[in-house]
Design a protein around this ligand. Structure first.
Ligand SMILES: [Zn+2]
Length: 837
């Protein structure tokens, strides 16, 4: 080990570099690992400044600093928890917390936080068993040890504690020897990419080839994530909870790139971006990641994102940036960090919301109907939802800081993401450098990088030029550089001198992105904008820890707006209003950049049946005769209730003549699912199992073509029931929401249990049978179900029967969308065809 004591103080032109052992601990990939891989700088090498520092300080004073007081039970972070040798059962909770705590403590260089972390580190290091196993002896689970290894990695980088490397070496030896007899299962099987990443980190320190055998073994025992991402197979595992669980999916995004370092096949390198493409297509949300409550939950604006998903997705992209040197990785990481991450927390980082929704018009107790539903799931609280996020969330900001600039194997630096910070490290082998990044980015477009060097040094500096930037420029000592283009990693290789200065200008334009139901989200640069909604907090509980309360958030201004975008040029429609940079830009009222846009209210759009969330955003264009109003948009992450999927005001243009949908290419465009899960496989769409779920989505899971409006028609589709239950077609549907009878419209279903075909309607959230008849419905058999609807009269035909199998009359619903539905059944659907008369 080449660890040399380095003088602690070095003066450069009046800049002091007080403490630097960092780069001596940075090892690049050793043979046979892929060579061209960046390395994250040791934690503490990058210090946050400005608004970014403010986020970390709020964590220190809020949820992170006070976590032990907030969760003092022995099964949580109490003194007799099992990661301090007690008889509690905290399982993953302590490791999650310590992972974020160590990262925050050493990023802030905060003595009190370091002391908090040290007892867990010491207990863990000192209680290793002779065979190499560590952690609570009674805990037979590989998984919780994985986040604790990240904590130890950060701790070692910051302190060089000589116990860590032999400790991890002994553990990995134990793991390699025992994985055959005790293979990965459940969470460990889903999250093995974390374990593999640390094993590779250790290999680069020790060169022990057994660590590469361990990586291979972990890869073999894990879920086949590379195939799952490449082929969109999240829902292919039936009742298995793990591969459709969004936190796992976000966390395992790193798995292919971690493994690609050992096996550099294109399929391994490409799987992450392919996976993200699939997720965004089928489940994407405006803030840059996929929904999951907790299973992958589709594109609806009233589906949620879990806090764990946000921080794990970020960490996966941070790992990916080491291996995939493309600007889009940093683009995606910034989008999640600058929008989704702050949205999950209260403005003071005391509370979080287990779930946030793109269109979350209030935060109150109640059931949403999610697969994993928690009455407090969208309430701002230290206890929101289930007890994972409240421990796992602490790594979000400090890991973002740590990963913003990386060391390159040719002894230079790569800037992955931007923000106010200072980077102190070594370049060109052993030359100390301090780069000061002066900016309020992403709340301004200019970034200054000031180079501090004791002696000149030749090395490449690689700068990400954001893909969204319009005519970006980079000036070096006042002179504009050639070849700067959006979406490139721009390399400047030269001899750098003290006081060299770079000025980056990344002009931002307002853009719109298509979202669910033909709605739009509004972005400017990396920031997504949402309607500023005036809100009132109603305290529902005061916690024993002073200053911590649960509160509901109620809107006190209207939210049901659609945007007026009739004119051609977006930038002439949207006014950008800038004001002074506040200490914390993630407070809506003080936001330094706000947008003003014309809008109209949509009176028919209100709260859904459950009165907990809004109805999904209505399909655009939407008619409105209300008066024009100017509304204000603020950053997505600057408020805790929001509207970010906006309908567009205009003449409705729904499909009303005919539609053929064979699901040949994947999930259909402009179809949305409500409750449960839906997925594409082999040219069919399928309702998914939600086994293990605590919700009720599958009891009436719907997949609705909201962009259709049919009155009188022939509608047919192939239906196959795969488990006992009923499934069929919906028609003349409006206002679909999550829940068995949460829609208005008709349903005709084949019931395999009773051997019936039945026709009924949902009215006031009640199921009313209009007619039914016996019919021998068999499982795993394809039925062509046909509805002929004319005025009040409906005739049902099956498998081309010339005579109606069932007929009924009803006048409640005259027109509406078509859809598919499964009720307590798994079913497959294909060959949708509808023709209006
Ligand atoms: Zn969680």
């Amino acid at each position: 080990m080449k660890r040399v004591a380095i003088p602690l103080c070095l003066l450069i032109s009046g800049l002091s570099i007080p403490y630097l052992q960092a780069q001596s601990l940075t090892e690049f990939n050793k043979t046979p690992l892929k060579k061209e891989v960046y390395v994250q700088l040791p934690i503490g090498s990058i210090k946050a400044k400005g608004w970014l520092l403010k986020q970390l300080e709020q964590q220190r004073d809020g949820a992170t600093g006070m976590a032990e007081e907030l969760y003092p039970e022995k099964d949580n972070l109490g003194k007799s928890n099992d990661w301090l040798g007690g008889d509690g059962n905290s399982w993953e909770r302590v490791p999650y917390y310590v992972k974020g705590l160590v990262a925050l403590a050493y990023t802030l260089d905060d003595a009190a936080l370091k002391a908090k972390a040290q007892k867990y580190i010491d207990w863990t290091l000192n209680s290793q068993q002779p065979n190499g196993l560590f952690g609570p002896p009674k805990m037979k689970d590989w998984w919780p040890r994985m986040p604790m290894m990240y904590a130890l990695q950060s701790y070692y980088e910051a302190t060089n504690d000589k116990r860590v490397i032999p400790f991890l070496s002994r553990y990995f030896k134990y793991e390699l020897a025992n994985l055959d007899a005790d293979p990965l299962k459940e969470w460990g099987k889903a999250r093995a990419g974390d374990n593999m990443e640390i094993a590779i980190w250790l290999y680069n320190k020790t060169g022990d080839k057994d660590l590469l055998k361990l990586v291979e073994k972990l890869k073999q025992q894990a879920y086949p994530w590379i195939d799952i991402y490449t082929n969109n197979e999240f829902y292919f595992y039936g009742d298995d909870f793990q591969p459709k669980h969004m936190v796992n999916v976000a966390q395992a995004l790193k798995f292919p790139v971690v493994y690609a370092q050992l096996n550099n096949l294109p399929a391994n390198r490409d799987a992450l971006l392919k996976g993200i493409q699939h997720i965004m297509h089928d489940h994407g949300q405006p803030e840059g990641l996929g929904s999951g409550t907790e299973f992958l939950a589709g594109t609806s604006s009233i589906e949620g994102v879990e806090t764990c998903t946000v921080v794990e997705w970020m960490q996966s992209l941070e790992t990916a940036a080491k291996v995939i040197h493309e600007a889009k990785i940093g683009d995606q990481l910034e989008k999640v960090a600058f929008n989704a991450l702050p949205a999950q927390f209260s403005r003071d980082f005391k509370n979080h919301s287990y779930y946030t929704l793109p269109n979350q018009v209030q935060s109150i107790y109640g059931d949403h109907g999610f697969n994993q539903d928690y009455s407090s799931g969208t309430v701002s609280s230290p206890y929101s939802g289930f007890g994972c996020c409240r421990y796992n969330m602490h790594m979000g900001w400090p890991y973002f800081v740590k990963s913003s600039v990386m060391a390159t194997p040719d002894r230079g630096l790569a800037v992955i993401t931007y923000g106010p910070m200072e980077i102190e490290t070594l370049v060109a082998g052993n030359k100390k450098i301090k780069i000061t990044e002066e900016t309020n980015y992403p709340f301004e477009e200019q970034i200054k990088l000031k180079v501090g060097l004791a002696v000149s040094a030749s090395f490449p500096l690689i700068l990400r030029v954001p893909t969204w930037s319009i005519k970006p420029t980079i000036k070096l000592n006042g002179k504009e550089l050639n070849g700067v283009k959006p979406g490139v990693m721009f390399t400047i290789s030269r001899e750098w001198k003290n006081q060299d200065q770079l000025e980056l200008n990344f002009p931002m334009e307002v853009t719109m992105q298509k979202q669910v139901n033909n709605s739009v989200s509004v972005s400017r640069g990396p920031i997504v904008y949402a309607l500023e909604i005036a809100a009132e907090n109603k305290t529902t509980k005061a916690h024993p820890v002073a200053g911590f309360t649960d509160y509901e958030i109620h809107p006190t201004s209207p939210w049901n707006y659609g945007l007026l975008l009739a004119k051609d040029n977006l930038n002439s429609l949207v006014k950008v209003e800038k004001s002074a940079m506040p200490e914390n830009p993630f407070i809506a009222a003080a936001s330094p950049v706000k947008l003003k846009v014309q809008a109209r209210k949509i009176p028919s759009w209100g709260l859904a049946y459950n009165k907990v969330s809004a109805f999904d955003v209505p399909f655009s264009p939407v008619a409105s005769n209300e008066k024009d109003e100017e509304i204000t948009l603020v950053p997505y992450g600057s408020e805790n209730i929001r509207l970010s999927c906006f309908p567009v005001i205009g003449e409705p243009k729904k499909i009303s003549k005919n539609l053929t949908e064979n699901f040949d290419q994947g999930m259909a465009t402009d179809w949305v699912f409500y409750g449960g899960g839906w997925f594409w496989k082999n040219g069919q769409v399928n309702s998914a199992s939600n086994a293990g779920s605590g919700g009720y989505g599958i009891n009436g899971s719907k997949y609705v073509a909201n962009g259709t409006d049919f009155k009188d028609f022939t509608y047919q589709a192939d239906v196959k029931i795969n488990t006992a239950g009923d499934a069929g077609l919906m028609f003349r549907v409006s206002n679909p929401a999550i829940g068995p009878d949460a829609y208005q419209g008709y349903y005709v279903g084949l019931n395999q249990v009773d051997g019936t075909v039945l026709l009924g309607k949902a009215s006031d959230q009640k199921w009313i049978v209009l007619s039914y008849t016996k019919y021998p419905v068999e499982m795993n058999k394809i039925y062509n179900l046909k509805i002929v609807a004319k005025g009040d009269k409906f005739d049902i035909f099956i498998n081309g029967s010339t005579k109606a199998i069932l007929s009924a009359s009803d006048s409640q619903y005259q027109s509406g969308s078509i859809g598919l539905r499964a009720y307590k059944a798994l079913a497959s659907f294909d060959s949708v065809k509808i023709n209006a008369f």
